[in-house]
Design a protein around this ligand. Structure first.
Ligand code: ATP
Ligand code: MG
Length: 483
């Protein structure tokens, strides 16, 4: 660096001038465009190629003008302000996209004295494969994020809990009051009584409504994965190098609500860990020795008799009392059978909307027939029966004869369509047979999944897996992330 100047050059300034003119010539030949601005952001030099790209006519001098006047939306000024180079960027120059670099020019003391901008490629076309791959990845990421954010919002409001009976009104009032508080809610009630719907409504009416609602179904996830799902994994001393860090549901729900569905199915070992998290407000991811504070409101639900489980030693008493702060018991449909007319009306509207068909209704005699049934599967079962009747009969008014196969055969009939003609792919035949058997088992078990799983000789988690595969499990959006 300190070599003496070549003979003929007298001073450092000469060397610097020569260096800069050489560099400018180099930029001119190397790049599709090059521009230099002074510290005030005025153009001091620009090559002809750049001027041509800008469509600048030869008559007007460019030098001395503010850079933005000549290159609209130029970012050179920001680069000089930050002092940080932008080595690769795609920049819109009129209607074309060019790839550019922007570099701040510094003096010996490190102060910014100007900026250099060069066009590396004037046709992003040359980079099209890589750029379009990048754009595709960005679009995928954005849509995945959008989807995820949507699944983490309350899907239902109190108004969607249909019913005018005193029992339901009382429960809704209780839930509204619970929504205003921040305490743990325990939703109890038979299968299909609307516990999931209620959990969404409570979150949606709480001060956490704009924060995530994250669901976890303890019955749907194999026991071995449940701990990681809930508390997360942080590779450390215990987990070894192979494990990837993964946030748990508690962490994802931070600031919002965690809906712990089928909490009665949680293994005893995890019940202890869950209790600690609820008491301390801190989680310890698997493999980590660091406690992480979390601010999560828990809404738990179960269709099991938790108290009996406590008495039988299958559920920890201390966790039961910790969850049972604001218990809400959803009444079975047979105890609010006066809600049948409004429920039928609302459900048939939903069914018609989904099918894109005119809305059907149930005649008074039809309602009497439905009212005589004991509805072990509650509102979910009612929805299934109405859907089947609406799909099978053209009549706009559903009468008792349209519900002839109530109760047991109703669901099983879904797959009793006449077989298609010709030979089908074996995997389709097997899938179809599996689906039909699952539907039959669910019908026989009145929608109680544990019993259906027993009839099929599979585990409850396997049943959930299969329900998801066959599109029979619409109300558990968290399944996508869960497995
Ligand atoms: N009061 C209600 N008004 C309208 N629809 C309802 C009502 N209760 C339940 N449903 C509908 O019935 C179905 C079952 O409800 P949900 O999934 O909330 O029940 P659940 O109590 O969580 O059942 P499970 O214990 O089997 O998980 C859903 O389609 C829900 O929209
Ligand atoms: Mg549920």
């Amino acid at each position: 660096m300190n070599r003496p100047p070549r003979p003929g050059l007298t001073s450092d300034a000469d060397v610097r001038n020569l260096a800069s003119t050489t560099l400018l010539r180099l930029f001119d030949s190397l790049y599709e465009g090059a521009v230099v601005v002074d510290r005030a952001g005025r153009i001091t030099w620009i090559n002809d190629k750049y001027k041509a790209l800008l469509g600048w006519n030869g008559a007007d001098p460019v030098e001395g003008r503010a850079v933005e006047e000549v290159i609209p939306n130029s970012r050179l000024r920001q680069v000089m302000e930050s002092g940080r180079a932008e080595l690769l960027d795609v920049f819109a120059l009129g209607s074309r996209q060019v790839v550019v670099s922007r570099i701040p020019l510094l003096d010996e003391s490190g102060a910014v004295i100007g900026g250099l901008g060069v066009i590396l490629y004037d046709r992003v076309q040359a980079l099209k494969p890589i750029v379009s791959k990048f754009q595709q990845m960005q679009a995928d990421l954005a849509s995945a994020r959008r989807e995820l954010a949507e699944t983490r919002q309350a899907k239902y409001r109190f108004s969607q809990l249909v019913g005018l009976s005193a029992r339901l009104r009382e429960v809704k009032d209780q839930a509204r009051r619970a929504a205003e508080r921040d305490a743990t809610v325990l939703l109890l009630g038979e299968t299909g009584t609307g516990k999931e719907l209620m959990a969404h409504a409570i979150h949606g009416a709480s001060r956490r409504a704009d924060k995530p609602l994250v669901s976890l179904n303890a019955a749907a996830i194999p026991e071995t994965l449940l701990e990681a799902e809930l508390f997360g994994v942080e590779p450390g001393a215990f987990t070894g190098a192979g494990a990837k860090p993964r946030p748990g549901k508690f962490q994802i729900a931070d600031g919002g609500t965690l809906f712990l569905d089928e909490v009665g199915d949680m293994p005893l070992m995890l019940q202890a860990k869950l209790l600690r998290v609820l008491q301390e407000g801190e989680v310890e991811p698997i493999g980590s020795n660091r406690l992480r504070s979390i601010d999560v409101r828990v809404i738990a639900a179960t269709s099991r008799d938790l108290k009996a489980m406590v008495d039988g030693g299958n559920f920890r008493a201390d966790l039961y009392y910790r969850l049972n702060v604001l218990p809400i018991r959803l009444p079975p449909l047979r105890e609010r059978i006066e809600d049948l007319p409004v429920l039928c009306e609302a459900l048939l509207e939903q069914i018609a909307e989904k099918a894109g068909e005119p809305v059907k209704s149930v005649s008074p005699a039809g309602l009497a027939r439905l009212g005589a049934y004991h509805w072990p599967g509650n509102v979910r079962e009612l929805g299934n029966i109405l859907q089947l009747a609406a799909a099978r009969h053209d009549a706009r008014l559903l009468n008792p004869e349209h519900f002839d196969d109530l109760p047991v055969t109703a669901l099983a009939a879904v797959d009793q369509d006449p077989p298609e003609e010709g030979v089908r792919a074996l995997k389709d035949v097997l899938a179809c047979a599996e689906k039909a058997e699952i539907i039959k088992a669910l019908a026989a078990a009145h929608g109680v999944k544990l019993n259906a799983a027993k009839l099929l000789f599979i585990s409850r988690a396997q049943l959930y897996e299969k329900l998801a595969t066959h599109g029979l499990l619409s109300e558990h959006p968290d399944r996508k992330e869960a497995v």
